[in-house]
Design a protein around this ligand. Sequence first.
Ligand code: C2E
Ligand code: CA
Ligand code: CA
Length: 838
Amino acid sequence: MNDAKTDRQLRLYVGLVASGGLACLVWAANSLTAIPPGKLLYLAALTVIIASASGRLIELRVRSDYRAFTSTSGSILVAVATVPLPVAVICTAIGVLIAKVVLRDPLKVSFNVAKNTIAATAAASVAYLAGIRPPADLSFHRASVLHLVAGLILAAAAYAVVDDLLGHTVVAMASRTSFRQSITRNWDVVAIVRLANVAIAVLIVLVVAMQAQFIVAMVPTVLALQFATKNNIGQRSDQEAWRRLAASTGQLNVTDLTAVLHAAVTRVPELFSADGAEIELRDVTPPRLVRGSASRISYEGPAAKAPARTGAVIEEDLRGPANESIGVLRLLFRKSVKLSESEQYKLQTFASSLYTAVQNARAYTELKRINAENAYAAAHDPLTGLANRRELLEQARGLFAARTTDGIFALLLIDLNHFKEVNDTLGHTAGDDVLREVAHRLEAAATPGDLVARLGGDEFAMLLTGLPTPAVAAHRAAVLLDSLERPIEVEGMQLTVQAAGGIALAPGSGGVQELMRRADVAMYQAKRGGQRTATYAHARDTADVGRLMLGGELSRAVAEHEFTVDFQPIVDLGSGEVISAEALARWHHPQHGNLTPAQFLQTVERSGQLPGFVNAVLEQSLTAYRMWLDAGFDLPVAVNVSPRSLLDETFPGAVLAQLARHAVPADRLVLELAETLTLSQLDVVDRALNELRDAGVRLALDDFGTGVSSLSVLSRLPVHQLKIDRGFVRAVETSSEAAAVVRSTVDLARSLHLTVVAEGVESEPQRLALWELGCVAGQGHLFARPMRSGRLLATLQRGSGGRPGVLAGALHPAGSVVRMPRRRTPGQGRSSLPHLPA
Ligand code: C2E
Ligand code: CA
Ligand code: CA
């Protein structure tokens, strides 16, 4: 509401009441009959009683305005009961005037005098109607006590109605509160005061009825009563205020700082009957300010941006036990106001509670943050920000628990191949970059709802959820692994990450542990099969002992010569003649029996036992070479080399020393290198390979065609031979794409003067197809499985068709080249002349 307008209305209203009071007074003066002089003392005493009863019993401040409670009504009742109506009215006017003059506020004085005069007129009139009619000569009327009490109660009610109507209207207007609010405030105190007034009035009237002069004695009695009541009421309202303060500080006990501030700002105006309140926290940058009233928050934000304040302010610092200030609490008033001593004390109390509440909320927030941080750290991998193993297991357990409703879910385990080399050669920073990028790509390729985790090292895992059918898991896994195919740029180099993924669908029993185990088995199946992903199948679950083996066993294996080598002959596809042999390592494990490289190789590569293992393989390979040579078969021996060996600077020296020790010419040793792009870009690898090559050792690129950029590898690695991966061989007669790969590899090899060997030849049609595509050498089950060197020698000596050193019949009987008619893409129609293998 507009302030000026209200003030105008207020003045108009006060003027109206004043005129009413004046009218009552004028009427009373006119109706006044002569007063017997003997009664003047009585009237003087009555007037003094009215004056003293009009002193403030209590003073209540309503916001910026004060409202006094008095016991005027009781004394007026005495007048009403004992003197004629006009006299009562005049006594009231004079009595209240005397009392209010001390207020020295003309507006208030005239209002109060007028209000009480009107109220007295009303009370006296009602009493008159009720039959209480003191005679005009002030000779006291002796009414029955019952009649007196009833009449006075009616008169008191009339007084109360007028007093409330006039008084609360003015308070409501001045304090801009509603009439209802004003009348309901302290109604109980007021009611008690009024009832007491009636009782006292009846008492006094009965006393003066006995002897009029007793009225004089009543003056100190009324004053004493007034004082006692004042104290009582003061205590009562004080207690009430403390109770409310306690309740309010209780409401500050919340853990959220904003909630604390809001509660405080909205409670304070009511507690201290202020128009508004604000809290400024100064120990934060920028200082924070919350301002509001009992009903709403009007501003919240940086203190500097808060709208300017109007009116008066009472400030209280928010201080802690060490007297440090964190800010200030302000009571806002329209007009200047002085707090009573007890109010000041309450304000201090409230401010210190607020300080505690603010600090508690802050401490709680901090605690929550630390907890959240700890929870995050406990559940996440710090390097990639992905969930960690613990979190993955946790979530998987959750999925198992809620499974009945949620359909199918699966675990995909992903293991990066050759990651350790990146770390060892490019350093951990580059390794970390690769891991982060892998994490990033997996997350980008994941379906919402999937959980991507890093289990440690180069092992990642994903929980695939919400699968409509089991088959979708394999499809999703393929998409995820695809996303890793693009080369990763690290320190200016293009690295390709190859990975194998194992998929396991949530099993019916065994829970998380079994799920992990199955995914692990599947992952190793993928690795072994040279596939990108494999899905766990119960039929193929041959409890992969290799995975359970500890590095500790490896030193024993080396020392006890548990590593052995089998040899698989490599033959001329045309003639069936054995032209060389590939050494394939085996582990004769005392408990687990014969283990294949897929079961133990990674453990060996990751352990410190790799040089010992390499030595054992080389030793046995060269020994076998010498044995075959001594028997008349000069078969170069091909040995597989781990990429990790190439990073070992002692490797070339060790190879050459072995050659020298066994007196084997360097060109009789072929080292088969797995095609990893990672390695092709490292100087240390280049140096090692050049050193070996310069010494005469032959180099072959294994599994050719499976890497992403075989050609770029080839341009860097000075190899002599390409080994076509068995994946192409398997499909060579059925897939034109596989045939095209074989064909182009052959063409490439020819132009670079390299030899080509096909791996995994299992059937005659494959052999024929390869041969017709120009591939002249191969190995595989068609010719022989890997076997011990002694058995191979026996096989060689036995020969085929009476020819030693030959394992299969010639493809083209000498003289007549029989060619099956085949449909081919242009340019593939003619087979080329065979090259001599290495
Ligand atoms: P690789 O170099 O591709 O070796 C050929 C693998 O194909 C051998 O498996 C061999 O047994 C298998 N194989 C031969 N003919 C056929 C066939 O007709 N059909 C099929 N399906 N498979 C055939 P193996 O012995 O299990 O060796 C697996 C891999 O382990 C090798 O793949 C090689 O990369 C690695 N490895 C073997 N020995 C050594 C070693 O001494 N050192 C290192 N670093 N790696 C080795
Ligand atoms: Ca090989
Ligand atoms: Ca191979």
